[in-house]
Structures are given as structure tokens and as C-alpha cells.
Design a binder for this molecule. Structure first.
Ligand SMILES: Nc1ncnc2c1ncn2[C@@H]1O[C@H](COP(=O)(O)OP(=O)(O)O)[C@@H](O)[C@H]1O
Ligand SMILES: [Mg+2]
Length: 310
């Protein structure tokens, strides 16, 4: 549906975005993750035709939108990182204003405003001035504005940064509903790995203007390791048990730790029954067993050397 081809942007000497290639299939929910300055917002600006690329292309259904931006504006809703609302107007008046900008037909605008207010949970606050709203409520008005023209694709640029938990949950729920119930295609930019894990089928990880990894959560996790790490706590220490465990097939390493022992085995090899069996034979109980599952946060750290919440 939407695709970028070697999309690049250079500001003076600074290469903000370098040959980014990403695609969105209709109905997908895709995450765009990256630390500050990675080039996420610049990429979004070029996709939404607010900024001209230095080189490369953005294609909608196979056709370049660089020379014909009106096509993409019809199908795309963008929730920018910076909140752009008229503080002295009410939520309703802001939406009316945005409706006109987006050329929503007069006859349907009133209904659409009420529909989108309902979606973001602000229907009963619509008469109130935006300047009295919390950051989270303002962000929800912004999302409502982006939805007025019923976009097929919705791009959100870090929509939950710095807002209250209630608004945050509301936003996540709204995005999920749009994707699952209305079939809206989503590109969701965030610092928060957990949100992306919840909402997205696929993820692109950006750093220094480039895509450093992409794929489903499972695919990304497989980058990190070919091994499983298991921690066990035993009822007592035993060197002979340690040796028996070392001899189990697929076990690569066994180390004593302060909590017990750490076993590294080949990814996906199920050594649990062998482990239980070995302990039983020695008359030792396994008090605690834990698989250490690497998270996307670990993958991110591995690829970029940074944590996401920097
Ligand atoms: N208008 C601009 N002029 C000069 N440099 C810019 C401009 N916009 C962004 N940059 C630079 O490009 C890089 C990427 O920025 P941005 O796309 O905002 O990253 P992100 O959204 O991932 O935090 C940063 O180094 C930023 O300083
Ligand atoms: Mg940004």
C-alpha cells in the first residue's frame, strides 16, 4: 500500500535519514522505534509530503507521491509529535477548523466530529477550551483531527510521550480499535518498546538515520540469540549434579551463580525434563525455575548500544 524507496534527507551536512526502505501493507500495524534523533519524525514528514526528500521516493499503491502529494493527503492521517491546536478555541471548534482544512464535506462534517470525539473519549468535553486540557487530552484532540477524513493509513509520532497514564491507555486502545475493527493501517512511532509489542505486528528499528533491523517480534528476538538461558535454584549444592547437567544434550554452559545455577542451552531445546530427572536422581529439589526471555528492549540495546528511554 505504502512504500519508501531509498528515502533520504540531508540538512546541510547532516544526514538525518539515509536510504530508508519501509513498507506498509493494508491493514497492518507497524512500529517505528528509535532513540531521539534517529530520524523518525523526518521520515514521517517525507511520507506525509510535508518535507521534500533529498533523494529517494515514497510510493502509494506503486505510484510516486512526491510530485502528486494530494493523493496521499486523501488517504493519510498524521498525528504530529508537536501538538498543533488553537488554545483559545474549544475542542469542537478546533475539529471544525481541521475539518475544513482536510476538505471534509460540510454535510458530513458535523457527524464526523461527533464520531471522532467519541472515539477518543472527549465527547462530553467538546465545548471546553483546549487551553484547559491536560497534555494527554490535547493529544487526543490531535488524534481526533487526524481521523476526520477517515484516513486509510494513520501515522502517529510518539503520541504517548509525556502524558498521563489514563490518556495513554485511551490512546493505545483507540489505535488498537482503529486497526482491528476499522481496518486502519497504522504506523506507530514510539520510544516505548512495550507499546509497540502490544500494538504492532511488525517493527522497524531506526538509528542514525538508518533502519538497523526490521521484522516481527519473533524475528527480531532471534537476532539476539541462538541460546536459552535458564536459572534454577536448588535445595542444596551438589558438584555431581552440576556435572550431570553439563552432560545433558544441548547444554552449552553451566555456571554457579549467587542464586543457584545458570544453564545456557541451544535455543528451543527442551532440557527441562532431563533437568528434573537429574535432580531427582541426586535427591535434590528444584526450588525455583526461570527461563530468561530476552525482550525487544534487549534487541534494541544490542543493535544501537542505547536504551530507548534516553
Ligand atoms: N529542520 C531541521 N534542520 C536541521 N536538522 C534537523 C531538522 N530536523 C531534524 N534535524 C536533525 O535530523 C536528525 C533526525 O531528527 P528527527 O527526525 O527529528 O529524529 P527523531 O524523530 O527520531 O527524534 C536529528 O539529528 C535532528 O537534529
Ligand atoms: Mg521525533
Amino acid at each position: 500500500m505504502l512504500e519508501t524507496v531509498k528515502l533520504s534527507k540531508t540538512f546541510k551536512e547532516k544526514k538525518a535519514v539515509e536510504e530508508i526502505e519501509l513498507y506498509l501493507h493494508a491493514g497492518e500495524s507497524v512500529g517505528l522505534l528509535g532513540p531521539n534523533g534517529a530520524g523518525k519524525s523526518t521520515t514521517i514528514s517525507m511520507i506525509s509530503s510535508l518535507m521534500k526528500p533529498t533523494s529517494g521516493d515514497v510510493k502509494l499503491d506503486g505510484k510516486s507521491i512526491i510530485k502528486n502529494p494530494s493523493e496521499i493527503r486523501k488517504v493519510l492521517g498524521v498525528v504530529p509529535q508537536e501538538i498543533a491546536l488553537y488554545e483559545e478555541l474549544s475542542a469542537y471548534e478546533n475539529l471544525k477548523f481541521f475539518g475544513k482544512i482536510y476538505h471534509v464535506a460540510k454535510e458530513v462534517l458535523e457527524n464526523r466530529i461527533q464520531e471522532v470525539l467519541e472515539m477518543v473519549g472527549l465527547k462530553d468535553r467538546q465545548k471546553e477550551l483546549v487551553k484547559t486540557f491536560s497534555g494527554g487530552m490535547k493529544r487526543r484532540v490531535n488524534i481526533a483531527a487526524a481521523l476526520l477524513h477517515k484516513p486509510k493509513i494513520l501515522i502517529l509520532d510518539e503520541p504517548t510521550v509525556g502524558i498521563d497514564p489514563q490518556s495513554r491507555n485511551h490512546i493505545l486502545e483507540t489505535v488498537r480499535k482503529l486497526n482491528e475493527m476499522h481496518g486502519t493501517t497504522i504506523l506507530y512511532t514510539s520510544h516505548y518498546m512495550k507499546e509497540v509489542e502490544q500494538l504492532c505486528n511488525r517493527v522497524y528499528i531506526m538509528d542514525h538515520g538508518r533502519v538497523v533491523a526490521s521484522g516481527t517480534k519473533t524475528e527480531l528476538l532471534s537476532i539476539l540469540s541462538t541460546e536459552d538461558t535458564i536459572q534454577i535454584q536448588l535445595s542444596k549444592k551438589s558438584d555431581s549434579l552440576l556435572n550431570t547437567i553439563k552432560a545433558i544434550e544441548h547444554v552449552r554452559r553451566v555456571d554457579e551463580t549467587t542464586q543457584g545455577i545458570r544453564i545456557i542451552s541451544k535455543k528451543g531445546s527442551n532440557i527441562l525434563s532431563d533437568l528434573v530427572h537429574a535432580a531427582e536422581k541426586e535427591g535434590i529439589q528444584i526450588i525455583h525455575f526461570q527461563m530468561e526471555v530476552p525482550s525487544l528492549e534487549d534487541v534494541f540495546l544490542h543493535l544501537t548500544g542505547k536504551t530507548l528511554r534516553d
